[in-house]
Structure formats: structure tokens, C-alpha cells
Design a protein around this ligand. Structure first.
Ligand code: C2E
Ligand code: CA
Ligand code: CA
Length: 938
């Protein structure tokens, strides 16, 4: 089977013509074989039949002639007849067997030329034909038998010849047919060979005219589909080609492209390549690929980053080398594509650099936060500056801008010996415009090529500079400057913080205004003084100083004047004390002096006197002369307190006492003075109760005309009849009333009480002098005051001209315009007005003129030392002159002696008031004075 298959394969014609022809030939052969077979069969049977019939006929004929001859016994004739039979016949022998036993026999002449038929044919014929026997009878008598024997050989060869001949003929015909068919087939099918796609110019397959219809249609169909395919795929291919071209041009735009041969030599380059390299194309081609970054020709795709020197210096490339294979799958060439990643690289480098610098900045920041010694921070800053700017030398200067020098605070990289200190400003021009001069000088001294510095600015003050220097001359980049600035800023912040810390420590202990130690430091000093005194078995003291009337200066002239006054006062205090004594400002207008060596009371007194005298001197403030005075309290350890706090409190109490005893004074602490804040609270509560219970009463102090000695008026003075403590003077509670606002109801009560008293007196006496009422500052700020007073006075039905109001200078000067209005309102009602405590405050003469005043009361501190104190005498005289020039009456307060009286009279004073005339008296005691017709003083 397998062999057959192989054979079939081998025999199978290759060409279509061969195959069609083979089929055709097979068919022809089949029909020829079948036709010949049938033909031969028919011929054969017919021949056999005909031969048999012919033999039978021949026997009949022969038998007739033989009958005649046999009748007569003419055997010759028989014999001739037999021979004749034999002549044409296919017999081998013809014999006549005489019943008598004789036999005549004629055999066929053997034919040597006779073609020999195959034995199977001969045998077959032999079987098919039977010998012919005929009884020869005449007249009912049998003479013998005529027998004809067929010559099968002859018959077979005849038939065989026929067969061979016809087969040959058929073969010839077949051959001719096949040959013709072969030629025609080849001719018809030849067109198939010309079947092909259009070559583009529209010419289809060339067909011979006799092309069979089917083939013609097939070819045309193929042509048509080829055409449509060409249309369809042609467009696609065109598009593809187009985009390929675009890709290539895009690649050419974006990248540097070159082709490399198998040995790594450049075959072709694009324009970018030429541009970047800066060499002509001809020079590049044939050269080995420059610096392929470790690439060697291989079958794998290679990619990596390479640095290639080009026209604009070295640049970074991302290079990809792709092998291109030929049909045999071996590398034909390489395509090398370079993308310029220089900028990205620079960007990456910048990021890395920046991160590194941020780290350095953070490190310095952390160091700064540690708040360690600044030296260490400066040192670190220079080291970090070197690292961050990638240079070897850095320096940090501190400027002394006034002296024109700089101190080197820290240096990185410079040999220590090479740095001379301090850096003087160089004589010549700076090495670089942008460098600070000391940096420029350092740059010049050490032959550095270039440098950059950043000024360290603390607040608004240039503190110094942080600088870096490179050995090469180069331009420093913006990011380097930024980095340096960041370091400089951290240094600046640290310096500022350190300054602030120092300042805080200072502020915690000193007073900014005067520069003196503050309360806190005073306590420390006092404690130290107490300890030292304890150790030495001695005494320590403290002096509490309060400026009298400071508040009015501050209120009237503003804080700047007040501040200046305090500063000056502080300086004066320093001049009064001994070197070891410590002057401190406790706050407000309070000062204190620690006296570590208290020694004798006289020594302390001496200092206290000096202090009082120094502060009583006029102050020159903003072009004006101002007078203040001081009250001083003195306390000593261990008598007046165990510790610093107690001692200071004792001194404070003593100071209050001094103030009460008329200001401008000093006082030593006495245990009886102790009055504390709790007591004040208690007093406050009791004052509330006093208003409710009506514990206030008024005493009246008379005023006397100096000219006649007659009673000229009274001043109503408030007294508090305390259920336990008895009668209390206003010095102890009037400030509390003012501070708490209780002065308003109490003040109204005073007016009403005076009115009530006046009505009683008026009812009793014909002439009643006016009664003066003290108004407090708080009352004066109450806009409805004139109306309130009017109502009270009207209610009481008292002549308003019997009322006088005393107001201090400072009260009037707080808001002079408002005061002018109120005073006029009161004046319009017919009341009198006077200025109390004149000389202790500050008065504007211009305003004084505008107030509708009737009198000036000279403060008793001016009267106290009359007539001995020349200053006081001068002041008193001046005041009297001034008052008279303004048409004002002058009343002197605190007249205690005859000397006071005489002096005042000689100065031309109009009236006096004081213990010399009378103390403030209860109303009923005043009756005697009212009744008295004689002068009260002589
Ligand atoms: P002031 O207005 O200067 O009153 C005169 C003060 O001097 C009175 O003290 C009086 O007793 C005292 N005095 C009189 N003669 C002499 C003297 O010869 N020598 C000395 N050393 N002192 C003398 P007082 O009564 O203690 O009043 C003190 C201050 O209390 C008064 O000073 C006044 O400013 C205020 N005050 C008194 N009563 C009232 C009032 O009803 N209302 C208001 N707002 N203040 C009043
Ligand atoms: Ca008064
Ligand atoms: Ca007074």
C-alpha cells in the first residue's frame, strides 16, 4: 500500500496540463481497452460460428460430390474434392472414411510463415470448435463418413493477427488523439500561467483569444479582486508608509539617530546627530560609535545613559541600540537612538543637591533650636556652608559697622594661622561688587578665585556675613546663594533669639525706662543684704520712695513727659546714694534703695534728706519746669521685718506715713504704722456701711481776713465717726471713696449737709460767711454736677452765694475745657470758686485766666517753712502777685504760727486758714466764732 502511494506520488504529474492530460489519457486507454475487448469478443464468437457454419456447409457440399464419386468409387474425385475443400478452409485435414475401411485423407499444407498465436487462444479455439462428421449416404445406403478436422493453430493465428493489427491501429489512433489533446490542453491552460496581479498601470492578464470561458472568467475574477485588493491594501499601505515617514521624522526631531554596522561603525546619521556632534556628516560616517557606554555589538537590545561631549559641552543622553536582523536572522545593522536627558539629569541633580542642602539647613536649624553656645552654631554653619556649596573655605564674620572692622567668628577650611583678626575694611575697591568688604578682603588675602556671601541681618541690624569661597573663579548659582541665605537666616534667628534671651534675662531684672533694677532684682539684692548683715551682725535697710503728684504730671502732660520725669528721677536717686547702695524702680512712681550697710539712723536720715531734696529740685521736661516732691519711708532689718518682703512693706508703710505728714518728707517705720491691704478692704466695706448708717459728719475750719482779723468763711472738712475707731480724718479714706466712686454720694451729702447747716446758721445769725466745699476730681468729671448742686441748694433754700467750691489745679487741668464749662455753670448760679493746694500741681496761666475763679489757696507745704525758706517765700510771694494780677483773692493754708501769719501779711496775702486760727471744728463749736464780733487774730 505504502509502495503504491509512493509510486502514485512519484507518478503524479506536477503541472496542471500533465494532470489533465493524464486523466484524459487514462480515460482514452480505458475506452480503447474496453472497446477492443468487446470488439475482439464479438469478432471471436462470430468467427467461431462462421467457421463452424462454413465447415457444415462445406461438409454438405463435399458430401454431395463425394456421394457421386463414392457411388462410382471414384476416389480420385473424392480426393480432389477433399483437396478443394482443404484449399480455402481452416481445416487441418479432410478425410473420407469408407465404410469399407478405406480412407482418403488430405492434410493441409503447413504454412511456415503463419504467425504463431498464443497457446491460450489456440486451446480456447480447440474447445470451442468441434470436428465436422457427415455420413455420406446414397439411396439409403451409407458409403462412409466425411470428416473435417479444424486447424486450430491456423484459426488462432488468423484471429491473433486480426487482434494484433487492430490493436496496433487503435494504438496509433490513440497516440494521435492523445498528442492532439496534449497540445490543445497545453494551449488552453497556458493562460493560467499568465494569471497575475495588475502591476499598477491597469494592464490585466493578457489572454489568448481561445482561452476557455471558465479560465477567462476565473482570471478576470482574480484580476478584479486583485484590483480591489490593490485599492484596499494600497491605501492602507500608503497610510502605513505615510505614518512610517511621520514616525521617522518625529524620531529625527526628538532624537539623535544613527545606523551602525555590525562592527559598530557609523553608517548613517540624522540631522540632529550632525548638529549635536558639530562635525560634518562625511566625517562621522565610518567612525566607531562614540562612547557607547559599554555597548558591544550583540543581538540584544541595549539601553543606558551616556555622557557625550558635543558642541555645547558634555550632555547626558539616554541611548537605545536596537539590532536589525536580515532574512537569515543574523544582525544586519544597528539603529542607535539617543534622547537628550541633560535637562532632566540636571533637574534630578538639582533635586538631589537641594535635598542634601535641605538636610544641612535642617541640621543647622536643629542645632539652633538646641540653643547652645553661639560659637558652636557659627562653626557648624561654616562647615555646612562648605558642604552645601561644595567648596573648601567658608567664613562667618561679625560686623562692627561703626568701627569698620569685622571679627571672624568661625571659619571652615582656612588654616587658623592665616586668619588675622579682626578684618579691617580693605583700602582698595572690593574684589567683587556683590561681596561685603570683609569677605572681599578675605577673598583677596587667600587667593581664592571667587566667593559669595550672605549678610546675617538680626532685626534691622546687619550682624555679620556668612561667606563661602571657591579656589576657582566661578559664578555662584542662585540655588547656592539661596542655600547660603537659608543658613544665614538660621544664624540670624539664633542670634536674635540669643539677644532676646539676654534681653529677657535683663528685662526680668531691670526696668526698661530707667535702666534700674526692678522689683524682682531689688528683692534679691535686699535678701542678699539681709543675709550679709546677718552674717556680719549688722543692720540692713531699705528706703521706699514715692513721687508726690507724679500722677497729675502723667495725666496732664502725657506719658512721654511722665516717663522722662521717672528717668530723670532715677538718675538723681543714683547721685544721692552710696556706691554699695542699690537704687531700684518698683513700678509706677515708686522707687526703692537697698542700704546694705545701715549703720546709724543718722546716716539713713542723711540719705533720705538728700533724696527728698534732690527730687524737690525742679525738673526740666520738654522745655517746662516742673516741680514734684518725694515721700520716703525707711525700714531696717532686723527691727522692722524679718525678710525682704516684710521689710519692703514696712518701708512702704513708712512712706505713706511721710506722705500723710505733708508730702516732701521722710519717715522711719514704726510698728504702729502697719496697715495692710486687708485693712483697706475692711475699710472699704466699712465705708459702705458708713454711707448707709450716716456715720459721716462735717467739721468746719474758719478762714480769717488778714487785714481785719475777721472771720471770712469756713471750709467744710469731712470726718468719719467710726463706731469702734472714733473720729477718722479724710486722709485715711478720701482716696478710697474716690477710687470706689463712693465720693459721689458722699460728696452730695456734704453739699446737702453744708446747705442744712447754712440754713440753721442763717436762721440764727444775720450775717453768715460763705462755706467752702471740697470737690474731688471724680465729682468734676460728672457732667450733671452743676444741676445736681443747683437742685440741692434750691431744695435747701439757701443763698447760692454762701457756697464756695474748692478745686485743685490738677483737677482743673485734666480736661480744662470741660472744667471751664462746669465752673461757669456754678459761677452763673452765684457760687464762689477757688483753686485749692495751689503750687503743688501744674497750672496753665492761660487757663487760669479763663476759669471764673474767686480765690487761690496756697498749699500748706509752701507755708510750712516760711519765712526762713527763701524759695518758699519767693514762691509764695510770686503766687500772691500772680493771683492779684488775675484779680483773685489769696488764701494761705496751714498757718500754724505767728511767724507764718506775719510773713504772709507782709507778702500781702488776703486770708489765712490754719491751726493758728482754729482747728476744724464741729458745727456747734463754730457758733461761738459766728457770734464773736472781735477779730479772731490780731
Ligand atoms: P485740704 O482741702 O487741703 O484741707 C485742709 C487740710 O489741712 C485739712 O485736713 C485740715 O485739717 C488741715 N489743716 C488745717 N490747718 C492746718 C494747719 O495749720 N496745719 C496742718 N498741718 N494742717 C492743717 P483734713 O481735714 O484732714 O483734710 C484733708 C484733705 O481731705 C483736705 O485737704 C481735702 O483735700 C480732703 N477733704 C476733706 N474734706 C473733704 C470733702 O468733704 N470732700 C472732698 N472731696 N475732700 C475733702
Ligand atoms: Ca480744701
Ligand atoms: Ca488745701
Amino acid at each position: 500500500m505504502r509502495v503504491m502511494h509512493t509510486l502514485a506520488t512519484l507518478l503524479r504529474p506536477r503541472s496542471l496540463v500533465g494532470r489533465v492530460f493524464a486523466l484524459f489519457a487514462l480515460g482514452m486507454l480505458f475506452f480503447a481497452a474496453a472497446g477492443l475487448g468487446v470488439f475482439y469478443r464479438f469478432q471471436y464468437l462470430q468467427h467461431i460460428e462462421e467457421t463452424q457454419d462454413a465447415a457444415n456447409t462445406l461438409v454438405e457440399v463435399a458430401s454431395r460430390s463425394v456421394e457421386d464419386s463414392a457411388l462410382i468409387g471414384d476416389y480420385d474425385t473424392v480426393k480432389r474434392t477433399l483437396s478443394t475443400v482443404m484449399l480455402q478452409s481452416p481445416f487441418r485435414s479432410a478425410s473420407f472414411i469408407d465404410l469399407g475401411g478405406g480412407a482418403i485423407r488430405v492434410d493441409a499444407v503447413p504454412n511456415r510463415l503463419q504467425a504463431s498465436a498464443p497457446e491460450w487462444l489456440t486451446a480456447r479455439i480447440r474447445n470451442e470448435l468441434y470436428d465436422v462428421n457427415r455420413v455420406v449416404a446414397v439411396g439409403g445406403r451409407d458409403y462412409g463418413v466425411l470428416r473435417l478436422r479444424f486447424d486450430d493453430n491456423k484459426l488462432a493465428s488468423q484471429l491473433w493477427r486480426l487482434l494484433v493489427q487492430s490493436a496496433g491501429l487503435a494504438a496509433v489512433a490513440l497516440a494521435i488523439t492523445l498528442a492532439t489533446a496534449r497540445v490543445l490542453l497545453a494551449r488552453w491552460l497556458k493562460n493560467l500561467g499568465s494569471l497575475r496581479f495588475y502591476d499598477g498601470d491597469g494592464a490585466g492578464a493578457a489572454l489568448t483569444p481561445d482561452t476557455p470561458l471558465e479560465i477567462r472568467e476565473a482570471i478576470q475574477a482574480v484580476d478584479r479582486s486583485a484590483a480591489s485588493m490593490r485599492d484596499k491594501y494600497g491605501q492602507r499601505i500608503a497610510m502605513l508608509m505615510n505614518s512610517l515617514v511621520q514616525y521617522k521624522s518625529a524620531l529625527d526631531q526628538a532624537a539623535i539617530v544613527c545606523e551602525i554596522d555590525r562592527d559598530g561603525r557609523v553608517m548613517a546619521v540624522n540631522d540632529q546627530f550632525v548638529r549635536q556632534s558639530g562635525h560634518p556628516r562625511e566625517l562621522l560616517v565610518g567612525q566607531p560609535l562614540a562612547q557607547a557606554g559599554g555597548w558591544t555589538p550583540s543581538t540584544a537590545v541595549w539601553s543606558g545613559e551616556v555622557a557625550i561631549p558635543g558642541r555645547d559641552g558634555e550632555r547626558q543622553w539616554y541611548r537605545t541600540i536596537v539590532p536589525i536582523f536580515d532574512a537569515g536572522n543574523s544582525v544586519e545593522k544597528y539603529i542607535c537612538i539617543d534622547f537628550d536627558i541633560s535637562e532632566r539629569k540636571q533637574f534630578e541633580d538639582a533635586i538631589v543637591r537641594n535635598a542634601m542642602r535641605q538636610g544641612l539647613i535642617a541640621r543647622l536649624g536643629r542645632k539652633a533650636l538646641e540653643a547652645g553656645p553661639l560659637d558652636e552654631l557659627f562653626q557648624l554653619a561654616t562647615h555646612l556652608a562648605c558642604d552645601g556649596a561644595n567648596v573648601r573655605n567658608a567664613a562667618l564674620f561679625g560686623f562692627d559697622t561703626e568701627g569698620g572692622t569685622a571679627r571672624l567668628l568661625a571659619a571652615g577650611g582656612f588654616p587658623p594661622a592665616a586668619l588675622a583678626l579682626p578684618f579691617a575694611c580693605p583700602a582698595g575697591p572690593a574684589a567683587s561688587e556683590t561681596l561685603c568688604r570683609w569677605s572681599a578682603s578675605l577673598l583677596g588675602d587667600h587667593e581664592a578665585g571667587s566667593g559669595i556671601d550672605s549678610i546675617i541681618v538680626c532685626g534691622a541690624r546687619p550682624f555679620g556675613a556668612l561667606a563661602v569661597y571657591d579656589s576657582a573663579a566661578r559664578t555662584f548659582q542662585e540655588d547656592e546663594a539661596g542655600f547660603l541665605n537659608s543658613l544665614a537666616n538660621i544664624v540670624a534667628t539664633a542670634v536674635e533669639r540669643e539677644d532676646a534671651r539676654n534681653r529677657l534675662t535683663w528685662l526680668a531684672q531691670f526696668d526698661t525706662l530707667t535702666g534700674l533694677p526692678n522689683r524682682h532684682r531689688l528683692s534679691t539684692c535686699l535678701e542678699a543684704a539681709i543675709d550679709a548683715a546677718g552674717a556680719a551682725g549688722g543692720r540692713a535697710g531699705v528706703m521706699f520712695i514715692d513721687l508726690d503728684r507724679f500722677k497729675s504730671v502723667n495725666d496732664m502732660l502725657g506719658h512721654s513727659v511722665g516717663d522722662e520725669l521717672l528717668a530723670q528721677a532715677g538718675r538723681r536717686l543714683l547721685e544721692c546714694v552710696r556706691p554699695d547702695d542699690v537704687v531700684a524702680r518698683l513700678g509706677g512712681d515708686e522707687f526703692a534703695v537697698v542700704l546694705p550697710h545701715f549703720g546709724s539712723t543718722e546716716q539713713a536720715e542723711q540719705i533720705a534728706r538728700r533724696v527728698v531734696a534732690a527730687l524737690a529740685e525742679p525738673f526740666m521736661l520738654q522745655g517746662q519746669q516742673l516741680f514734684v516732691s518725694a515721700s520716703v519711708g525707711i525700714a531696717a532689718w532686723p527691727d522692722d521685718g524679718d525678710d525682704a518682703a516684710t521689710l519692703l512693706k514696712s518701708a512702704d508703710t513708712a512712706m505713706y506715713s511721710a506722705k500723710h505728714n505733708g508730702r516732701n518728707n521722710y519717715s522711719f517705720y514704726l510698728a504702729s504704722m502697719n496697715e495692710n491691704a486687708a485693712q483697706r478692704l475692711q475699710t472699704e466695706r466699712e465705708l459702705h456701711l458708713a454711707i448707709e448708717r450716716g456715720e459721716f459728719e462735717l467739721h468746719y475750719q474758719p478762714k480769717v481776713k488778714l487785714a481785719s482779723g475777721a472771720l471770712s468763711g469756713f471750709e467744710a472738712l469731712l470726718r468719719w465717726r467710726h463706731p469702734q475707731r472714733g473720729l477718722i480724718a479724710p486722709i485715711e479714706f478720701i482716696t478710697i471713696l474716690e477710687e470706689t466712686g463712693m465720693i459721689l454720694p458722699v460728696g452730695e451729702w456734704v453739699i446737702a449737709e453744708v446747705c442744712r447747716q447754712l440754713r440753721l446758721w442763717c436762721a440764727a445769725w444775720k450775717t453768715v460767711p460763705p462755706v467752702a466745699i471740697n470737690l474731688s476730681a471724680r465729682q468734676l468729671t460728672f457732667a450733671g454736677l452743676p444741676e445736681a448742686i443747683r437742685d440741692i441748694v434750691q431744695d435747701a433754700g439757701v443763698d447760692p452765694r454762701l457756697l464756695e467750691f474748692e478745686l485743685t489745679e490738677s483737677m482743673l487741668m485734666v480736661d480744662p475745657e470741660a472744667a471751664v464749662k462746669i465752673l461757669h455753670a456754678l459761677k452763673d448760679q452765684g457760687m464762689r470758686l477757688s483753686v485749692d493746694d495751689f503750687g503743688t500741681g501744674y497750672s496753665s496761666l492761660a487757663y487760669l485766666k479763663r476759669f471764673p475763679l474767686d480765690a487761690l489757696k496756697i498749699d500748706r507745704t509752701f507755708v510750712r517753712d516760711l519765712p526762713d525758706d527763701a524759695d518758699d517765700a519767693a514762691i509764695t510771694q510770686a503766687v500772691i502777685g500772680l493771683a492779684h494780677s488775675l484779680n483773685l483773692k489769696v488764701v494761705a493754708e496751714g498757718v500754724e504760727t505767728r511767724a507764718h501769719l506775719d510773713a504772709l501779711r507782709s507778702y500781702g496775702c488776703d486770708e489765712i486758714q490754719g491751726y493758728y486760727v482754729a482747728r476744724p471744728l464741729p458745727a456747734r463749736e463754730c457758733a461761738a466764732l459766728l457770734a464773736k464780733a472781735e477779730p479772731l487774730v490780731a
